[in-house]
Design a binder for this molecule. Structure first.
Ligand code: PMP
Ligand code: GLN
Length: 385
């Protein structure tokens, strides 16, 4: 099914990480930090293991984590969430997204995503047998094209998938843009699935606004996030989804048969982490500086960049350096510069308008130590010669 849809073969992240490991190039492809999350969170997981929390966790997640998610949403966004009926703990955001799409969409349904889109969104839509309707972001500013969204939506639109802060562009949708999405959802009766894994990683004056906080949206929105990005623990795969009880019940039903339950000792540790607002704040501040380091280096190396307001990714255009094919550039980058990136075309449907607009662009991550980024930008400067 996946191969027939063309949505996935091997993920681009796996392909590029293998390339980095084989060539010894600096891996600015797959997005994971090279400094682990806080010691006290790691200690809490070890303590949970020592305390014997090593058998199956409850299918919907341990109560303290569900409560911590609800507290987090109230504290940061004023959202009231019932931890018993409206929160489901999942194996990373990936499982939450996939279970939601499998539970709520199927053949005959249309699912809108913004394009470029995170690859697992497209794969899950293909697995569900639903029809994927990508709506390109504007080629220049990489922003929502409200007119295109409106013309793509209609009677068959079952779900709109939103991702802000957005991977791979780093775009943070403004309240006005979010309201344009919400209006289309309300008019078509679509459910919104909002992927907010980078909710705390926003820079400058950008503000993350959860879609569920917009008027009339809490009742039709599933909100997904994950501890991986916020607490630099991507390998722990602790995520969650919250939303109205009937939708969460449907997602839980599917999750039972994907994984049944998720990593028991990690859950109480993440429950502790979620009470900590300082760690994500410090990460965002240090990422803003690292973003500037990488963006300035990419510009010096001859790339065009759109400076991101969120996430830990930046898109760089290789066209000014004479590279028109981003995938080809990524295959050659280890040999040309000793660096690995990810082609943005991997986040687009083959042959789409967005794929053409993004053809020469490459995504680099800046969630690496400053010395690593300095080394990377020095190496990338070789491309000019
Ligand atoms: N959504 C987006 C937009 C992502 O970038 C990622 C990758 N971290 C995920 C979901 C998956 O998150 P997790 O590792 O928690 O499954
Ligand atoms: N989310 C990470 C990224 O976008 C990678 C996740 C993965 O390897 N599937 O780079």
């Amino acid at each position: 099914l996946l191969a027939a849809d063309g949505a996935v073969a091997q993920t681009i992240f796996a392909e590029m990480t293998v390339l980095a490991n084989r060539t010894g190039a600096i891996n600015l492809g797959q997005g994971f930090p090279d400094v682990d999350g806080p010691d006290y969170v790691k200690e809490a997981a070890k303590a949970a293991i020592d305390a014997g929390r090593n058998q199956y966790a409850p299918g919907d997640g341990v109560p303290e984590l569900r409560r911590a998610v609800a507290d987090h949403q109230r504290r940061h966004y004023g959202l009231e969430v019932d931890p018993d009926t409206e929160v489901l703990v999942t194996t990373g955001a990936t499982e939450a997204l996939t279970a939601a799409i499998l539970a709520l969409t199927g053949p005959g349904d249309e699912v809108i995503t913004l394009e470029p889109f995170y690859d697992s969104h497209a794969a899950a839509i293909a697995m569900a047998g639903a029809t994927h309707v990508p709506v390109p972001l504007t080629a220049e500013g990489l922003r929502l094209d409200a007119g295109a969204l409106r013309s793509a939506a209609g009677g068959r639109t079952r779900m709109i998938v939103v991702n802000s802060p957005h991977n791979p562009t780093g775009t943070v949708l403004t309240p006005a843009e979010l309201e344009q999405v919400a209006a289309v959802a309300r008019e078509t009766g679509a459910i919104v699935l909002t992927d907010e894994v980078y909710e705390h990683l926003v820079f400058d004056d950008a503000v993350h606004v959860p879609l569920a906080t917009l008027p009339g949206m809490a009742g039709r929105t599933l909100t997904v996030s994950s501890a991986g990005k916020t607490f630099s623990l991507t390998g722990w795969k602790v995520g969650w989804v919250h939303g109205p009880a009937p939708l969460i019940t449907a997602v839980r039903t599917v999750k039972q048969f994907l994984s049944y339950s998720s990593g028991a000792p990690f859950q109480p540790a993440i429950a502790r982490a979620l009470a900590d607002d300082e760690t994500p704040r410090a990460l965002a501040a240090s990422l803003a500086a690292r973003r500037d380091l990488l963006c300035d280096g990419l510009v010096r190396a001859g790339f065009d960049v759109v400076r991101p307001q969120g996430t830990y990714f930046v898109i760089a255009d290789g066209a000014p350096l004479g590279f028109d094919d981003g995938h080809e550039l990524c295959r050659r980058l280890p040999e040309l510069a000793g660096v690995v990136g990810v082609p943005v075309s991997a986040f687009c449907r083959a042959g789409s308008t967005a794929a053409e607009a993004m053809a020469s662009r490459v995504r680099f991550t800046f969630v690496k130590r400053e010395d690593v980024l300095r080394d990377a930008v020095d190496r990338l400067a070789r491309l000019r010669r």
